[in-house]
Design a protein around this ligand. Structure first.
Ligand code: AMP
Length: 370
């Protein structure tokens, strides 16, 4: 089985490693000089939407997938007649536009924060009156890791924010004073077999995922989040891994966004679950059934952003695993992560806190698990 993957970043690298374990071969498209996934397969060094590179990928591979969301959907449509492309390009098209994403949540009865479409300065003023302040203005497209977002706390900011962002289609979102954030990750194959990992609690700093912990021991929340996940998977006739991020607010679960791909908040599944998100994604897109998503302990994950300090390489504790993506350090860039795996939630929280203090001088979650 040969898997074509658009993008050869760290998600491609982790997919490529899982593919090697399954005996699959990977072929990537990525224009960068030394992409992280290069160690796990052949890289066609062309733009993600290069027609020749895509045609070659389609001709050489049994199935094509993608590891990031800014792949032009037209590029996927162009090869979908020749080779199966999973997750479905139609799901990617929705995820690429926050307005379409929110309308899907509405259609599927998945609760979400109040929102308004913003096409003018006046829309922004009306949204502030309707949603109240603070509110968040987000670009509809090409936002990631908190980029393309501004929080409006004062009506006097409106002019400046419109001048800054108004050239692009926007949405306004009510500010959610959430208790904490969670994500639910599920996988489905073309025959409709579904598996869902335990709920994960996430902490973001400056819009970037800082750390994750799983499982969240709250059965009621898991039941609701997995009902939403099931609704999305079947509505989208989805194949592969899907991640849904939600706010937990006074016991309400409000959908923030979804990602039609393997997800940073699921990295703990490599060590912490019977089957990782990467392996199950590959099984699902290659026509096999996903295998057990049960967790094998209490896992925590800490992202290494901007640098991998020497201390991160010096742990001699079998409960601690370092993943180095082999990327050139740059401020704000995700360079690696550390997973901890413990027998209890308390042990996991202590270990994650210790690791975070040693590695980054920060604390992972400002308290205990939900
Ligand atoms: P996003 O790119 O939409 O996932 O936003 C990045 C992060 O910003 C989220 O994970 C939250 O921590 C925060 N955030 C985004 N939207 C809101 C909101 N409406 N209310 C409160 N925090 C938000």
């Amino acid at each position: 089985m040969r898997i074509g993957i658009i993008g050869a970043g760290q998600l491609g690298q982790m997919l490529g490693t899982a593919a090697q374990d399954l005996g699959f071969e990977c072929r990537f498209i990525d224009p960068s000089d030394s992409p992280p996934a290069g160690s796990t397969g052949t890289v066609i060094r062309k733009a993600f939407d290069d027609p020749d590179a895509l045609a070659q990928l389609a001709a050489d591979c049994d199935v094509v997938t993608y590891e990031f969301e800014n792949v032009p959907v037209e590029a996927l449509h162009a090869i979908a007649d020749v080779v199966p492309v999973y997750p479905p390009p139609s799901a990617l098209a929705i995820a690429q536009d926050r307005l379409h994403e929110k309308r899907l949540f509405d259609e599927l009865d998945i609760p979400l924060p109040g929102y308004r479409v913003i096409d003018s300065r006046q829309d922004m003023q009306a949204a502030a009156a309707d949603l109240g302040l603070p509110m968040v203005i987000k670009t509809r497209r090409f936002g990631y890791d908190g980029k393309g977002q501004v929080v409006i706390r004062d009506l006097q900011q409106i002019d400046a924010v419109w001048d800054q962002l108004g050239k692009q289609p926007l949405v306004a979102e009510a500010w959610v004073a959430f208790d904490y954030e969670v994500s639910i990750i599920g996988v489905r194959n073309a025959q409709g077999a579904v598996a869902i990992w335990p709920l994960t609690q996430n902490k973001h700093v400056d819009g970037i995922l800082h750390s994750s912990r799983s499982p969240v021991e709250n059965h009621g929340l898991f039941e609701r989040a997995s009902a939403y996940m099931n609704r999305m998977l079947s509505h989208l006739d989805y194949v592969g891994v899907l991640a849904l991020e939600l706010f937990v607010c006074n016991d309400a679960l409000l959908a923030n966004e979804f990602a039609p791909r393997v997800h940073n908040s699921g990295h703990w599944t490599i060590e912490g679950a019977d089957t990782s998100q990467f392996t199950n994604h590959l099984l699902a897109i290659s026509g096999q059934s996903p295998t057990s998503t049960a967790c094998s302990g209490h896992a925590g994950m800490l992202n290494l952003v901007g640098e991998i300090p020497a201390a991160a390489r010096q742990f001699e504790d079998e409960r601690i695993s370092l993943h180095d993506y082999d990327k050139t350090p740059r401020p704000g860039r995700k360079l690696g992560h550390i997973t901890v795996l413990a027998a209890s939630a308390a042990e996991r929280d202590d270990l994650l806190q210790t690791v975070a203090e040693i590695v980054t001088g920060s604390t992972p979650a400002g308290g205990h698990s939900a």
